[in-house]
Design a protein around this ligand. Structure first.
Ligand code: PMP
Length: 546
């Protein structure tokens, strides 16, 4: 009998939230990964401490128990997704691996020129594997018209879907819910329209499965993929549902142990489905944790959880809408618990994300692995707050308070840094006639570059600079804003010089800059060591490579 859902009680089932250091944590990043309840964590450890063995291969008691656990989890997974039988469930490492498998296997039997229909809203996991397969098998990628996703009311319009098909469309692969803007897609309507067409429908259910009960038969799709870590399960395991008739026609994509029935030196015979698609040792402890997650969810009132998440999503949007200093990009209608926004004005999304982190509010900043969609919005990196059933209204209130504080703090830090930079002028530097005095002045300029631990990431690292140096570029409207940090005083001075030249410029303005001319006219080319000059140009390259 499912118990009545109470968010505060539910949250207490999660050990991470109970820890002393997490009492103030506001976790709004569940679209990236959910937290796990105690029973899931326990099942992972229990597997190793009580019943660890490899599956299928050995004849001993522990191996039999591990094999039984995997096959039990397969049955539970089939029930979780509404599949007709357990053999329609393939375990993968996650959504990404499942989509790579589908792209590789489904495309291998297509003819050159055949088409795959995708949308701009896809996660990179539902885009890049198709790009790779298209190149390998000379297929064409087609994309739904821009108006379809997210559509005029924020919800993708799926009527008249057949208009987007050609007589060469063989695969349609769509997300059931955008991880970047939260909108859900009526994949059931798409499936109904595709029924008599010679193409199959792949559904990326990574976000949907975390919020709604899934019934692949009702959805009517041919393939459905999702990751356990989004719905309270462990990382390292995901589910692929495929209609039996289709799975039976698919070639395996990886070879190895367990996926064969007979192996010769030059050729082998494949095992039946689903083992044919599960080469090698799976992440068995994760499958044990997945079993616990599925049992856990089967005892939850998922409808009540969904209603609670929907209420939070509405509240989140209505509260964010009241903050003038941000622009809300997502809409609450048909939304799977995601609010996406950007700061207006001078504040950068990345700095704001770090500002929120300082208040212990966890959100995600960037393009959320959906770069084509985020790029199309033309707002640069965005902040994403995402909710799951353990979140409460108090979490949203804390986000709003944190956001206001962070907006204020970041705006004043930015304006201080910008004022310091704005006070620097190349002419001042030039006025120092002798090189030693000019060099000392340049070193002083370095103080305009304050330490920014948050930009010290591998992505921002300037390669080719002797000292550890990081440069972050962010687009704000038409302009580009740069942030720099370095361990070296000289590089900070040179960096300040570079920022004076490039800060807050449009791409066109940046293209027309004569940085090299300024560099030589100040005598830097002549007096600086080659390694320092190279460091300067490494920063230029990092800043201006579009
Ligand atoms: N598709 C969507 C819609 C997602 O949200 C994600 C995870 N962010 C993925 C695919 C990829 O999932 P995973 O990283 O678990 O393979």
């Amino acid at each position: 009998m499912p118990h009545r859902f109470k968010p505060e009680e539910f949250k207490r089932l999660f050990p991470l939230f109970r820890r002393a250091e997490n009492q103030g944590l506001v976790y709004l990043d569940s679209a990236a990964t959910s937290q796990r309840p105690e029973c899931v964590i326990q099942a992972v450890t229990d597997f190793y401490s009580a019943s660890n063995a490899n599956t299928h291969r050995s004849s001993h008691r522990l191996a039999r128990a591990a094999t039984a656990m995997v096959e039990r989890t397969r049955i539970a997974s089939a029930e979780f997704l509404g599949a007709s039988e357990a053999s329609e469930i393939v375990f993968s490492r996650g959504t990404t691996e499942a989509l790579n498998f589908l792209a590789s296997s489904l495309c291998s039997s297509l003819d050159p020129g055949d088409e795959i229909l995708l949308s701009r809203a896809e996660h990179h996991a539902n885009l890049v594997p198709w790009q790779m397969a298209a190149e390998r098998y000379q297929l064409k990628l087609k994309f739904l018209p821009e108006s379809l996703i997210p559509g005029p009311n924020g919800i993708p319009q799926t009527e008249n879907f057949l208009e987007y098909l050609s007589d060469k469309t063989r695969i349609v692969s769509l997300t059931a819910g955008s991880n970047a803007l939260g909108f859900s897609v009526d994949v059931a309507s798409v499936a109904a329209q595709l029924q008599s067409m010679p193409c199959c429908l792949v559904v990326d259910g990574a976000q949907l499965a975390a919020h709604q009960s899934i019934d692949v038969k009702l959805l009517g799709c041919d393939f459905f993929v999702c990751s356990a870590h989004k719905f309270y399960g462990p990382t390292g395991v995901g589910l692929l549902y495929g209609r039996r008739e289709l799975l039976e026609t698919l070639p395996p994509w990886q070879g190895g142990g367990e996926m064969i029935s007979n192996v010769g030196l030059n050729a082998s015979e494949w095992a039946n489905i689903p083992q044919r698609f599960e080469a090698g040792t799976a992440s068995l402890s994760s499958i044990a944790g997945l079993e616990a997650a599925l049992n856990f969810l089967s005892e939850c009132d998922r409808e009540a959880m969904y209603d609670h998440e929907q209420e939070l999503t509405q509240y989140l949007h209505s509260e964010l809408m009241k903050i003038q200093e941000i622009e809300l990009l997502s809409r609450p209608e048909g939304n799977l618990g995601i609010a996406t926004f950007v700061p207006r004005g001078e504040v950068s999304a990345t700095d704001l994300g770090h500002g929120l982190d300082e208040q212990d509010v966890a959100v995600r900043v960037g393009h959320h692995c959906a770069q084509p969609l985020i790029d199309a919005l033309g707002k640069g990196p965005t902040l994403r707050a995402s909710v799951l059933a353990y979140n409460t209204r108090a979490d949203i209130d804390a986000l709003i308070v944190g956001l206001k504080l962070a907006l204020g703090a970041v705006a004043s830090a930015v304006s201080n840094a910008d004022n310091e930079l704005a006070a620097l002028s190349i002419e001042d530097l030039r006025a120092h006639n002798d090189w030693q005095s000019r060099y000392r002045q340049l070193l002083k300029w370095g103080s305009a570059i304050q330490s920014k631990p948050m930009i010290r990431t591998e992505l921002n690292r300037v390669n080719g600079c002797e000292a550890d140096t990081w440069l972050q570029r962010e687009r704000r409207g038409e302009h580009y804003v740069f942030r720099l940090d370095s361990d070296s005083r000289v590089v900070r001075g040179l960096g300040a010089l570079l920022l004076v030249l490039i800060q807050n410029k449009t791409e066109e303005e940046l293209e027309h800059l004569d940085i090299e001319g300024v560099f030589s006219s100040l005598g830097l080319k002549q007096h600086l060591s080659p390694s320092r000059s190279n460091g300067f140009y490494a920063m230029v390259k990092k800043a201006l490579s579009f």
